[in-house]
Design a protein around this ligand. Structure first.
Ligand code: SAM
Length: 260
């Protein structure tokens, strides 16, 4: 799978998945607002909090930690590709990203009951709590560089659209989930978002990355086989206008689980 990722273009990927119609904040049936709402509810209403929040396979995106950054002292991002780690650094360290995360920050502020004008405070908070952007490989038994986490592990892991898009089959997906659990403390939470029924996605105009097509039952079975207790599974089904020709995804799952 690593070879498929050599042509990954952060700018194209962001345009395909993180602009309208998939990121239309005026619609509650758009994919991105649905994901942000799931994450907001998990962190706010379920009071998931602690010292370290880890995001596995961040790609070039930051939306997935915009709620969680308020509930943890430290946020660690990670990606397999240097181009993606550089893209994250551009926004976090220099503010020089070409991608505008402001509508995302505003939307999450509104979910939190704050005025959308609080987005600058949230951007500042995010920049101050992200302490590291590590290389990661979920096919390794311990996916992070040695010594990068306290021995007890992180308090919570978020991972979005990573495991199914780097695994050739369901058994590899399950093993990757098992490897990911080595980063998490016992009793810690996993918030997993992923694609259902997807066989490929485009990561640049001519870069087609294979994906293992999953259904809800397989996600539940893989979580259980990897030592997680499933607490919640929510599913979003794509409407016709969300199919914009950059993948063949049928749905999106949000799983909240706890490491036993
Ligand atoms: N999390 C982002 C999101 O929600 O849009 C990006 C998901 S993107 C579909 C999959 C990500 O997995 C890419 O950023 C890619 O670099 C990363 N990746 C590729 N191979 C990997 C591996 N072996 N271990 C961990 N991540 C990997």
């Amino acid at each position: 799978m690593a070879a498929f990722y050599q042509g990954f273009d952060p700018e194209a990927y962001l345009k395909y998945n993180y602009t309208p119609p998939r990121a239309d904040f005026s619609r509650s049936d758009s994919i991105v607002p649905w994901k942000l709402n799931c994450l907001h509810k998990a962190f706010s209403e379920d009071a998931i909090k602690g010292d370290i929040l880890v995001d596995v396979g961040s790609g070039p995106t930051l939306y997935q930690v915009m709620s969680g950054c308020e509930h943890f002292n430290r946020v660690i991002l990670s990606d397999f590709l240097e181009v993606n780690r550089n893209e994250l650094n551009k926004w976090l360290k220099d503010g020089q990203s070409n991608f505008d995360w402001t509508p995302y920050l505003k939307h999450v502020c509104e979910l939190e009951g704050r005025s959308s004008s609080a987005w600058r405070e949230k951007a500042k908070r995010l920049r101050s709590v992200v302490t590291d952007i590590f290389p990661v490989n979920v096919h390794h038994l311990f996916p992070f560089p040695p010594g990068s986490l306290p021995a007890s592990g992180a308090d919570c892991i978020v991972s979005c659209f990573c495991l199914e898009s780097v695994s050739p089959d369901v058994s590899s997906f399950t093993q990757a989930l098992h490897n990911l659990s080595s980063l998490l403390r016992n009793g810690g939470h996993l918030l997993l978002i992923g694609a259902l029924g997807e066989s490929f996605y485009m990561a640049a105009p001519d870069v087609r990355i294979p994906v293992v097509p999953l259904d809800e039952a397989q996600v539940c079975a893989s979580l259980s086989a990897s030592g997680f207790e499933l607490l919640q599974l929510s599913v979003y089904r794509l409407t016709a206008d969300m199919l914009v020709g950059v993948d063949d995804v049928k749905g999106v799952f949000f799983a909240k689980a706890r490491k036993l």
